[in-house]
Design a protein around this ligand. Sequence first.
Ligand SMILES: Nc1nc2c(ncn2[C@@H]2O[C@H](COP(=O)(O)OP(=O)(O)OP(=O)(O)O)[C@@H](O)[C@H]2O)c(=O)[nH]1
Ligand SMILES: [Mg+2]
Length: 333
Amino acid sequence: MRELRGLDKPVFVAVNKSERRQDFSDAADFHRLGMEKVRAVSALHGDGVADLLDDLVGVLPERPPIEESPCDLAVALVGRPNVGKSSLLNAIVGERRALVSEIAGTTRDTVDTELNWRKHRIRLVDTAGLRRKGRHDKGVEYFSILRTLRAVERCDVAVLLIDAEQGIVAQDARVAGEIHEKGRGCVIAVNKWDAIAKDTMTAKRFEEELRRELAFLSYAPVITISALEGQRVGRVLETAWEVGQAQRKKVETSVLNDILDKAMRRNPPKAHKGRMGKVYYATQTAVAPPTFTLFVNQPSNFVRHYLRYLNNRIREAVGFEGTRILIDLRKRS
Ligand SMILES: Nc1nc2c(ncn2[C@@H]2O[C@H](COP(=O)(O)OP(=O)(O)OP(=O)(O)O)[C@@H](O)[C@H]2O)c(=O)[nH]1
Ligand SMILES: [Mg+2]
């Protein structure tokens, strides 16, 4: 051990054959040897191995970004542990690619799967579920969150899975917020639809609850699915593709200005400091998410709810299902 310390590298101690020990009182002995990181593991049964791996991952140097093979669409499957992300991946791909189990936290790392779909190349990214705070899996939890955020960052469209049995929980809102903030496309898939008692109102009521809890994602299509039975899993991919297209859609400047003219004539912005708000000219300046720059006389005339009104009119006229739309105001005198 002295030699190991001399190397000036992080050292971890794995105390093997610990499967029979309930409390790990011997750890103190190992700490006395000057080793900071001591883990009781059982190579035979797998106890503690994941935690050890998390310790190791924690000291790895930042990797340069991985060169990703080009694809037409990257879809991330995100959601709380056990919601059925890996099951959905398997159902879409049609074979058992990812490990599925009833133990929350089965998927520990992000797994990419590429598939051909209608002559398009699609990358599906299975993620580790965002975990609730737990005393024993701090490390696991932290890295799961980081991985989810990273998966959202590098996707075009995120499929947010919600558990039909559990309803919407705080973690769902957290991931949803991230998708929205990053301007990624979003499809909401309510999974385990097979497992709940249903009447004719169930789907409607569930969607109402969703819209209330995740109001900012009002643009995201909702699909009720069963990854287990394969119900509507094809629709998920199809919808994700459409959302991806919507994200990259470009509106011609003349069309855009027509939409805005009409909307403003129907419902002009309130005068501010005695002046009427005017849009001289508008143009789409970005895609994914679609961003519209409006050159106006007085930005202060365009208050938040008025921008929402214009936003909705653009959405109505063009159809941007599954994607956020941004309006950017520029003052032009
Ligand atoms: N009834 C029902 N059970 C499902 C469905 N989809 C998944 N499950 C079950 O839910 C459990 C978790 O499924 P996974 O696919 O491993 O979930 P996950 O989201 O990948 O979980 P983590 O990797 O732990 O984050 C398993 O027991 C699945 O069989 C579904 O549509 N209906
Ligand atoms: Mg999984």
